[in-house]
Design a binder for this molecule. Structure first.
Ligand SMILES: [Zn+2]
Length: 168
């Protein structure tokens, strides 16, 4: 009961922890040294993207989730911020739409953020489009594969070879 591991006692009571290594770029911090070792490129730049307030989904080439949403200059254009997809990371094919308070939201969508116009008069809601694009209207062969349009969410789609239809 009440035993403190000897190593903790030494380090805490007598300050015998090793000081950070000034010759190492991470200063001897184990977390900072090891967190870049994974094979996945780590997103490091935050970009701003814009989504018009029209209820139609827009594809955003992002890495991870939206970080923030705001209305700045135009009351019908939403700014969102997210990590940009770094080179070497696969496209996430995520899409988002904006609807107003009281508007019908698609069944296959999930609320992500809410923002107000600067005067506070209008409140917009950013939703992620979770449509799985099962009903596709094939619009013919394109440069990169077969082109189509999702009959449910309206997104332009692309099919490469035998891969599934994905937002283009
Ligand atoms: Zn769809």
């Amino acid at each position: 009961m009440g035993m403190i591991p000897a190593a903790w006692g030494l380090a805490g009571a007598h300050g015998k922890q090793h000081p950070p290594d000034p010759t190492h770029p991470a200063g001897g911090n184990t977390y900072a040294r090891t967190r870049h070792r994974g094979r996945m490129p780590r997103p490091s730049v935050i970009h701003r993207f814009q989504i018009p307030v029209d209820g139609h989904p827009r594809i955003l080439d992002i890495a991870g989730d939206l970080l923030h949403a705001a209305v700045r200059h135009r009351p019908d254009l939403i700014d969102v911020w997210a990590y940009a997809r770094p080179d070497g990371m696969k496209h996430m094919h995520r899409s988002f739409l904006v609807v107003g308070t009281g508007h019908t939201t698609p069944l296959t969508s999930q609320h992500v953020a809410t923002c107000l116009t600067p005067d506070g008069a209008l409140v917009w809601h950013v939703l992620e489009n979770l449509c799985t694009h099962q009903a596709v209207r094939d619009t013919g062969e394109g440069k990169q594969g077969r082109a189509g349009v999702c009959c449910d969410c309206g997104l332009p789609l692309l099919q490469r070879g035998t891969e599934p239809w994905l937002p283009a």
